[in-house]
Design a binder for this molecule. Structure first.
Ligand code: 7RM
Length: 633
């Protein structure tokens, strides 16, 4: 691994230069550090015009052999994962690399027994327990494609995702814990499966021992199948471009799309970025607080750290249970050196006060990380001072589900930091800012739409079952560029600061949610005729959800209607998409051609009612007055 470790800013500059001038030589050298059954014929082959990209084409590999088997000679007894339960008095589970190997092989053999073959899709709907990681790796071991659905999504969302990729198996548990709440996950799966004909079996891990419905035709207990399997499973030889996983993510239109990642490039890029961004060293203890249901959990809980032979903490619970000191308590308990979390968690804990921080030493920490949304300066300083004790570099890592790995970030201890800046592109990443017409904005101290002009190994390959949608969404807005959907500043030193989405995608507590998705859920309510949803600045969540709803014929009290609408969104998407504010209106500000003027709705939601700009193109300016007067504060 150390063959691609960057140690100084000079080395970074050299690596960056080489990655731009000779990308194939650059990535080819890095890829030499992995186990391949067969090496590639060509490092990269690509076109952004008619989107198509291939990394390490002609090569074959298995990512789990790189994550597990190749470490066994030297690290069989080293710890891969320390699992910390939702309940602080419950014992930890400690999993060595050898145990991880055995569990993954058994799970892989269980999947084979259930008829899963290379290329089949397996849906994983599990809480944050080691079995979630075993399940992902078991799929990868046999060449099945995992599609993890965050266990906070509703039955409708789960069903949509299972159907979109025709999953053959669902892996779930009886229940899950989140703080003092216990949730019956199996019920959600049962409800989802009423509309999923493709699913042949449900593998159920017994976790909370909650009472569940058990359907003997379909359901199989994990403990009655997995432990009986052999602890050896030959890894399937995968082509570099074979699909590793699908992960659904929200966009500005329609239903969430299945982002597809491929085996070879994803492996090379997640390992390269994990090593260099975090500067992880042997003996360190790394903890990423994400859920495996999000891309951060895929790349920086499972694949990146394991590829580098790291020791990681996996945490089942929430930051505020039993109290708001839980994160800090876990850091002291396990002597965590690298801590990677989201700004929304930092802000929430900051708001609860330093009394929850001061009991803890936090002196094991070396590196702090941030991901998921822009980190505001205030939160950055609080994190730096009270958690890092002004001794730990903060890596503000910018990336996306579609990018597979971190694209813009400081290298811990190497890159000079600037609060709220993701700083510099990693080697191999060529950012470009463009104006709305697609003209390049050159020079420094500028702002524009963030695009990338050259592919990197873990770039999205397609959107599952709909390549056209992939081309449309990412490669058609600006000619010959990958468009991120983010706005971005570049300062006088060439440092990048991501300012947030420039499309109709919201970022609620680090969760990506499309306005269109929430609108369509609201519109499912019988009394609702139309709705428009916008994000607005929220102190803790980064953004909150503000919904304008037209329900002309309702006789219900508005307070009741609002409760019902919230319940509807909860049912159709899940609790993360619940509107914070709902305003019942008689009309929406529309242009003569019928387009909703979201700019006005955003301004009102922000409270900037005297600054609405030009409203002369509105069909009916009176609705603006009504909306302003009825604004929900
Ligand atoms: C990793 C992840 C992607 C969107 C992205 C941005 C925002 C993520 C940062 C950030 C500012 C950051 N994947 N975003 N990281 N904005 N600074 N460090 O979050 O697909 O779920 O979301 O998140 O808007 O486009 S994601």
């Amino acid at each position: 691994m150390e063959n691609f470790r960057i140690n100084t800013i000079e080395e970074y500059n050299q690596a960056y230069k080489k990655s731009v001038e000779q990308p194939e030589a650059f990535w080819g050298d890095i890829a030499e550090n992995f186990l391949w059954y067969k090496k590639w014929d060509k490092v990269v082959d690509w076109s952004f015009k008619d989107y198509n990209v291939k990394w390490f084409d002609g090569a074959s590999l298995n990512i789990t052999e790189n994550c597990i088997d190749r470490h066994l000679a030297s690290k069989a007894k080293d710890i891969a994962f320390i699992w910390e339960s939702n309940f602080e008095d419950k014992p930890n589970r400690v999993i060595t690399y050898q145990q991880l190997h055995n569990e993954v092989c058994k799970t892989a053999n269980a999947l084979k027994y259930l008829g899963v073959k290379k290329g089949d899709r397996v849906c994983i709907y599990l809480p944050m327990i080691p079995e979630a990681v075993y399940s992902m790796l078991a799929c990868a071991r046999i060449g099945a494609i995992h599609s993890i659905v965050f266990a906070g999504f509703s039955a409708t969302s789960l069903s949509d995702r299972i159907q979109d990729s025709d999953c053959k198996i669902v892996i779930t548990s009886d229940g899950s814990y989140r703080g003092d709440k216990s949730i019956n996950l199996k019920n959600v799966v049962d409800e989802a499966l009423e509309t999923c004909a493709s699913v042949q079996h449900v593998l159920v891990y017994e976790h909370t021992k909650i009472k569940i419905n058990f359907n003997n035709d379909k359901d199989i207990w994990w403990h009655e199948l997995v432990p009986l399997q052999e602890a050896i499973c030959e890894p399937e030889k995968m082509k570099s471009e074979d699909v590793l996983f699908i992960l659904y993510t929200s966009g500005s239109t329609g239903k969430p799309k299945g982002v597809v990642h491929a085996c070879g490039g994803y492996m090379v890029y997640t390992a390269y970025t994990f090593t260099n961004v975090f500067q992880y060293n042997e003996g360190d203890i790394y903890w990423c607080t994400a859920d495996v249901g999000w891309v951060t959990g895929h790349s920086y809980i499972t694949y990146g750290p394991l590829l580098c032979g790291a020791t990681s903490v996996i945490f089942e619970g929430v930051p505020t249970y039993p109290d708001a000191g839980r994160f800090w308590k876990i850091i002291d308990k396990h002597k965590v050196t690298h801590f990677y979390t989201a700004p929304t968690a930092i802000r929430a804990l900051e708001a609860l006060g330093l009394d929850f921080v001061s009991p803890y030493k936090l002196n094991s920490l070396k590196v702090l990380g941030s991901v998921g949304e822009p980190i505001n300066e205030e939160a950055w300083h609080w994190y730096n001072k009270n958690i890092g004790k002004e001794k730990c570099p903060i890596v503000d890592t910018w990336w996306q589900t579609e990018t597979g790995g971190i694209l813009i970030s400081p290298l811990a201890g190497i890159t000079k930091l600037k609060p709220s800046y993701a700083t510099l592109p990693l080697p191999g990443i060529q950012p470009i800012l463009v104006d709305d017409k697609g003209n390049e904005i050159k020079g420094n101290h500028v702002e524009g739409n963030l695009c990338i002009k050259y592919p990197w190994p873990s770039i999205i390959r397609t959107t599952y079952g709909d390549h056209e949608r992939c081309k449309q969404t990412y490669f058609s807005t600006y000619h010959n560029l990958y468009f991120t959907g983010d706005g971005c500043k570049r300062d006088q030193n060439g440092y990048y600061r991501i300012t947030g989405r420039v499309d109709d995608v919201m970022n609620i507590s680090g969760h990506r949610i499309g306005t269109a998705e929430v609108e369509s859920a609201i519109n499912m309510h019988v009394d609702v005729v139309e709705s428009a949803v916008v994000g607005y600045p929220h102190d803790i969540k980064g953004q909150g959800i503000y919904a304008y709803v037209i329900a002309p014929s309702t006789t219900k009290d508005h307070a009741i209607l609002i409760k019902e609408i919230i319940a509807e969104v909860n049912k159709i998407i899940g609790p993360i998409a619940k509107p914070d504010k709902i305003q019942i209106v008689s009309g929406l500000p529309k242009t003569r051609s019928g387009k909703i003027m979201r700019r006005i709705l955003r301004k009102v939601a922000e409270g900037d009612v005297n600054n609405l700009g030009d409203i002369s193109t509105l069909l009916d300016p009176n609705v603006v007055e009504e909306i302003k007067n009825g604004r929900v504060k």
